[in-house]
Design a protein around this ligand. Sequence first.
Ligand code: ATP
Ligand code: MG
Length: 589
Amino acid sequence: MHYWSKHYIPTLKESPAEAEIDSHKLLLRAGLVRKIGSGMYAFLPLGSKALENVTRICREEMEKAGAMEVLMPAIVPADYWKAGPRWNVAREIMYQVSSAGEGAEAPEEPQFVLGPTHEEIITPLIGGEASSYRDMGKTFFQVQTKFRNEIRPRYGLMRAREFIMKDGYSFDATDEEATETYKRMAKAYEGFFGRCGLKFISVEADTGVMGGAFSHEFMVPADVGDDDVVYNLESGYAANVEKATSGLVPDDFQDAAPAGEVEKFETPGVTTIAGLAKAPYEVPAEAQFKTLVFIGDDKPFVVVLRGCDELEEAKLGSLGYQLARPATPEEIESLLGAKPGSLGVAKGTIKDRTAIDGIYADEAIRLIGNGVTGANEDGFHLRNVSVQRDLDIDRFGDFRKVKAGEPCPRSGKPLEIQRAIEVGHIFKLGTKYSENEQYGAIFVDKDGNRQPAVMGCYGIGISRTLQSVIEQCHDGNGIVWPWSVAPYQILITVLDPGVEEADSLALRLGEVAEAEGASVLVDDRAERPGVKFKDADLIGIPLRLTIGGRGLKNGEIEMKWRHESDVQKIAIADAEATLREAIKSKAQD
Ligand code: ATP
Ligand code: MG
């Protein structure tokens, strides 16, 4: 039992200007965290308790799923990362550290990095010792501080430079066993987020720089999220927009036949889709080809979309370039022969076709049939351009961002889109990290053959999950903690502290609650009742007992759930039993 007067709960009446979203405001106002620097937060006592609860639930679910806890260093030799497959991509987000020797300059190349995730460490750690199939079938996890040099840290704990992650890694002998492990971890994730009181959905996700076979994200629907989830409730289809596809182009779609000869026409000063859609041209965006030029690992490539569609950048990952960036106007002119605004991939119009590594088209351009594209000559476009006859395309694929209303790939019903916060992410990695002989995880299988372990990795943003709980569970007065995560489960508000009868009743009920396994905070401050009730709502403890005032004289106390509006009056004689019942009802949830 803890007493508020001896506690440190610095509640704030006003939201600090730095906080933009409700959960961030409440983290600060309820005295859970304080900002130390951009993306760096200190957890105060209440925040620390809530964080500990989230962590404990996570540990329990991981252990139930058979994962074993380890703890790796957060600062690691850069060589581990350099030996792995993604140093060049990942180094941008890593804090790199060098320590100068005595009297010496710090070396140019970093000696150490602060870990943003730990595939590069655990693969050689476990792989270096695991030698036979008997060592396979193991899953490890840790709960650890991670560091990422986020370009734009924001929303408090949501996107921080230092945050707490549960990261897990599995090693299996066969692909089937790895898939089973993946499914078991997905179940554990559902258990974890459910026990944290979160409404969430699991969605198909892009594998990104992590690589690997497939992946799912666990998403908390919220308007302040950074991700878009595409879904159809009826069919159960749900995917991150980075990965989502639609049935816009039916399987049996017949491409239109060419319609007339290609014609060049003058479009002086028109350099946008919107410009060409207006008079005198009036070519709807749906009938225009949009031509985008990129440089992938020093090689130029082109992506063609419908004028009305947006590129989904994550989908460029399927092209196999490690790093891709938009080409500069100069690069574009030297490759295609025109400045952006008059570009196209009609055969014979591309200035330096041989320099281009690949021309990729989104499959939806097939719906255009015959349309308008840039002539690769400033101020000119081409009409009657047939996708099949005239465009110089190496490969069709899925590159556009799916829009709400497009047909669900499973049911054909309209897709919906919702903003969401990514709280967890699991990957079936396959052998991307394990297959390297020197550094990977190779074992000898039952038949005596050397094989790379089939790996999976599993992340949960522990601190982001905590804030997501607040984002989902609050009202205009403050946090409404779920029982499982609440820093204290029961608040006993003593209206006249110092009155012996009130104090001793608070103590007795507090002991009863603790004996039932609940955690208890007693508000014994010499504050007005109004102040105490406001603070109680703000810090959001699920069950409040109020002792004192007129009630005490009438032989009653009050009981109120934070998530309900009515207050129950309970005879002091029944208080212990009622309290026990209330706690039992929660423990069963
Ligand atoms: P995001 O897309 O939000 O940047 P990510 O996909 O890079 O996240 P993962 O590498 O999948 O993140 O990391 C596992 C989990 O760690 C994420 O699901 C998220 O909950 C959490 N996480 C990642 N970056 C941050 C951050 N900067 N601050 C707080 N939590 C984070
Ligand atoms: Mg992720």
